[in-house]
Design a protein around this ligand. Structure first.
Ligand SMILES: Cc1cc2nc3c(=O)[nH]c(=O)nc-3n(C[C@H](O)[C@H](O)[C@H](O)COP(=O)(O)OP(=O)(O)OC[C@H]3O[C@@H](n4cnc5c(N)ncnc54)[C@H](O)[C@@H]3O)c2cc1C
Length: 487
């Protein structure tokens, strides 16, 4: 990446001579969003990025490439069921995997260029190199040491620093990623669809890759330590998606502890203890290790500050500020928030609002949409039924199956349901859990409703267009009072 000191900064000769209002370490979705919003507030912003391109995990090896491939999978699936829609002659399409990967890469490139344009547009000084905070501010100014790819060092001075260094895939002890033992990075660059794949870990990442490669014909086995898949979701969602994955031929093993991962002549062998305590052995061409992500807080200078860590992640207040005055943390390195791109970018907007002296609202954990782009998709926000009960709510639940929704019939996609968790006394919506077609889009309504503290009675009289998948929400609100129309 060039070192494009923008006009504004260039007039002051070099970044080294500038005192920025904020220096951001890390150009992923958290960091670049903070940079843009900061510039919109009129702050002088430096964005330090060690990779040769902006975008972070999300753009290069996370959200965007996975969703691009999952869309290919959706099309593939539609084509295979062409006859059902009266389209003949395409029942045996062939997959050009290289072209699939090229399309994914083109999408990434387009958005990298978009980010570069936005940095220039907002006169953000993008500084190439590895950033490390040197400690507390001296006379109100922090110093970040920057080491460029070639080893040259420089310093960036700023009144505030935002740490946005992101995360990396956790590995099982003793394993290193390679061409058979994969993390999200290697699996996105496979030269062919594997004949068989074992996925260790059934969080969103593991479930999405399992779904994707199953659609493309891989034999997929899931091995999950916890008693259920997508364990952050409502129990009913976990249960139903397990049933649907099994129906698709995915071998789902929960409560299963991986004991050993070995390479064989042709692939990998995973030994695990199943839920009944019995030893099991599975072999496959590849294994994906998707057991969570570790925040990159180890080498950004945290130890030279008052910053407090909680299991390796940074503790922050409602403005994303750490215990070190003027140092903020956003994105995957933050403790107590889900590691999601939209959470990181909102955290970035909050941090710069605080720095610019503008109003902001702290992130509320129960107002965060969580999306898993499996087939069928999951979209959820707010409390699960059991969380609501644990928090002492008297809970009233409404559930509506997509089987009763006309648009779902039109799409030929009937699996799943919408579940509303509401407070029995006032009818406030506490949680919405959707498993089914376009769940990741539908959940946006639920988050808006919860932000505005909408109630079941209000929503039962909110007109939803017909025929839409969104009508299933209207029916689900009605179902809370035993009054769904279509089921
Ligand atoms: C396979 C997969 C799929 C995902 N899908 C989704 C999804 O669909 N939706 C969703 O919301 N989330 C998804 N996520 C999670 C999402 O990618 C992360 O939450 C998001 O990328 C975190 O943003 P971030 O800016 O905190 O960190 P990152 O995106 O990791 O970016 C951090 C940046 O900082 C740079 N950096 C690190 N240290 C330094 C340093 N010392 N100096 C300079 N630069 C540094 C890195 O090079 C990187 O560019 C997915 C993750 C994976 C792995």
């Amino acid at each position: 990446m060039e070192l494009p000191l923008t006009e504004d900064v260039a007039t002051q000769k070099t970044a080294a001579e500038t005192i920025f209002d904020v220096a951001i370490i890390g150009g992923g979705p958290a960091g670049f969003t903070a940079a843009i919003r900061g510039a919109e507030y009129g702050l002088k912003v430096a964005l330090i990025e060690k990779a040769d391109k902006l975008g972070g995990t999300c753009l290069h090896v996370g959200c965007i490439p996975t969703k691009a491939l999952l869309f290919n999978a959706e099309i593939w699936d539609h084509l295979q069921h062409g006859a059902e829609f009266g389209i003949q002659g395409i029942a045996t399409p062939t997959l050009d995997w290289a072209a699939v990967l090229r399309r994914k890469d083109a999408i990434i490139t387009k958005h990298v260029k978009g980010l570069e344009f936005l940095m220039k547009k907002h006169k953000i000084a993008v500084i190439a190199g590895y950033g490390r905070l040197t400690g507390a501010a001296q006379d109100g100014v922090h110093t970040v040491d920057v080491t460029a790819g070639g080893g040259e060092t420089s310093q960036v001075k700023a009144k505030n620093v935002i740490l946005a260094s992101g995360s990396e895939a956790k590995m099982l002890p003793g394993l290193t990623a390679d061409d058979r033992i994969l993390t999200n990075i290697e699996i996105l660059a496979l030269s062919a669809v594997p004949k068989s794949l074992i996925v260790i870990g059934a969080g969103a990442v593991g479930m999405e890759f399992a779904s994707l490669f199953r659609t493309f014909g891989s034999e997929v086995t899931i091995v999950e330590f916890l008693p259920r898949v997508v364990s952050v979701e409502d129990e009913e969602v976990s249960k139903e998606i397990t049933r649907l994955f099994k129906k698709r031929g995915i071998d789902v093993n929960t409560g299963a502890k991986v004991e050993k991962v070995e390479k064989t002549d042709t692939g990998v062998r995973v030994t695990y203890t199943d839920a009944n305590g019995k030893a099991q052995v599975k072999e496959a061409e590849k294994v994906l290790v998707a057991v969570g992500r570790a925040g990159l807080t180890g080498n950004v200078g945290v130890e030279k500050t008052k910053i407090e860590l909680e299991r390796g992640l940074v503790k922050v207040d409602g403005a994303q500020e750490t215990a070190e005055p003027g140092v903020f943390a956003i994105g995957d390195i933050v403790a107590g928030l889900p590691q999601l791109a939209h959470v990181g970018s909102m955290a970035g907007m909050i941090a710069v609002a605080k720095i610019a002296g503008k109003p902001y609202r702290p992130i509320r954990r129960d107002r965060i949409p969580g999306c898993t782009y499996t087939e069928p998709q999951i979209g959820s926000a707010g409390l699960t039924e059991s969380q609501a009960k644990e928090q002492g709510h008297e809970v009233k639940v409404g559930k509506f199956p997509f089987a009763g929704n006309a648009k779902a019939t039109i799409l030929g996609n009937h699996d799943g349901f919408v579940k509303i968790v509401s407070d029995a006394k006032y009818g406030e919506i506490l949680g919405v859990h959707i498993l089914g077609p376009q769940a990741t889009e539908l959940i946006a309504e639920a988050v808006a409703v919860m932000e505005l503290e909408g109630t079941v009675d209000e929503l039962m009289y909110t007109i939803h267009a017909h025929p839409t998948l969104a009508e299933s929400l209207l029916d689900a609100y009605g179902a809370v009072n035993g009054m769904a129309i279509n089921a």
